[in-house]
Ligand binder design. Structure first.
Ligand SMILES: Cc1cc2nc3c(=O)[nH]c(=O)nc-3n(C[C@H](O)[C@H](O)[C@H](O)COP(=O)(O)OP(=O)(O)OC[C@H]3O[C@@H](n4cnc5c(N)ncnc54)[C@H](O)[C@@H]3O)c2cc1C
Length: 279
């Protein structure tokens, strides 16, 4: 097996061009599990850990760009103020060791329906920057993830950054699993009350083939909230929860039944709104 360890994006793209079948390795917390189980037998690897352009995060006009190699530990430490729900999602991922190694680029690259950062990123209309042999491009995350563990990544491309708009207002991330830690979600939900746009933003995980946006539920609650509070009548919150549950397209698997997942999403929706409203 060959392992390229580039230090710049140009070197990484060059390594991919030289070995077109090479697999990208970030923190390895998804990829090495597949190798260890024998599901993948890579012959060439391009390791991204040292690539300077993929590190850290930057504040820009109205948004923050997250380097693909940003780890969960860094998200928790540095971004809790900008994106409290992203930091909350990061805190629930794996163990401290996984959070030190696992990256946001890897979560997007794996595109698991249970990826914990994805509901908030989708709710905030995040975009993915890619660099490849044809140059660079930016794609809405909602379009980049096309199905369970499937993306629109083209041959030779590297995810360089995730651009996340900054939004003023309460944010929640809630996750249900079979225990409180080290658990892949049975259902998870991110909610943002966008006070400037007076708009509810919601993203759902593990209840469909890809992260879902329950748009009808968002539209309904956006119209029901008294944004000067923000406040909403209990009946409106209950209806929002029903609409969220209706938007789910879950499957039954070893972690939970479709019926349980749909119910759980509704419960999470109600709790997230109640925690965000002024009582
Ligand atoms: C014990 C354990 C617990 C876990 N718990 C959770 C959890 O609670 N929630 C959760 O969401 N996940 C969890 N995970 C999964 C994993 O930690 C995350 O998905 C993590 O974000 C993967 O990032 P990584 O850097 O390790 O990616 P890697 O494993 O290195 O890569 C993952 C995939 O993304 C691709 N990739 C990586 N970087 C790029 C890039 N820059 N451009 C293009 N493609 C790229 C790789 O080629 C690979 O296909 C857990 C994993 C383990 C082992």
């Amino acid at each position: 097996m060959t392992v390229a360890r580039p230090r710049t994006l140009a070197e990484a793209l060059g390594a991919l061009e030289a070995t077109p079948d090479a697999h990208l390795l970030a923190g390895g917390t998804d990829f090495m599990v597949e190798v260890n189980f024998g599901h993948r037998r890579p012959t060439d690897i391009v390791a991204l850990r040292r690539v300077v352009e993929l590190q850290g995060h930057e504040h820009a006009d109205g948004h923050v760009t997250l380097g693909a190699m940003l780890t969960y530990a860094e998200i928790e430490a540095d971004l809790a103020e900008d994106f409290p729900a992203l930091a909350a999602a990061g805190r629930t991922v794996g163990s401290p060791q996984i959070r030190n190694a696992g990256t946001i680029g890897g979560n997007v690259g794996t595109a698991s329906p249970a990826g914990d950062t994805l509901p908030l990123l989708v709710a905030l209309d995040a975009e993915v920057d890619l660099a490849g042999p044809e140059g660079t491009r930016t794609v809405a995350l909602d379009e980049f993830i096309t199905g369970p563990k499937r993306t629109d990544r083209r041959p030779g491309e590297i995810i360089t950054r995730v651009r996340v708009p900054r939004v003023t207002g309460p944010q929640q991330f809630l996750k249900i699993g079979t225990r409180n830690a080290m658990v892949i979600s049975i259902a998870c939900l991110a909610l943002v009350l966008d006070l400037d746009a007076r708009r509810v933003r919601c993203g759902l995980g593990s209840v469909g083939p890809r992260p879902l946006r329950p748009r009808a539920a968002e539209d309904f609650l956006s119209g029901e909230i008294d944004w000067d509070g923000p406040r909403a009548a209990p009946g409106a919150v209950r209806r929002f929860a029903e609409l969220v549950a209706e938007a789910c397209t879950p499957i039954t698997d070893q972690r939970g039944t479709a019926e349980y997942r749909r119910h759980a999403a509704g419960v999470l929706a109600r709790r997230a709104v109640e925690r965000s409203l002024q009582s």
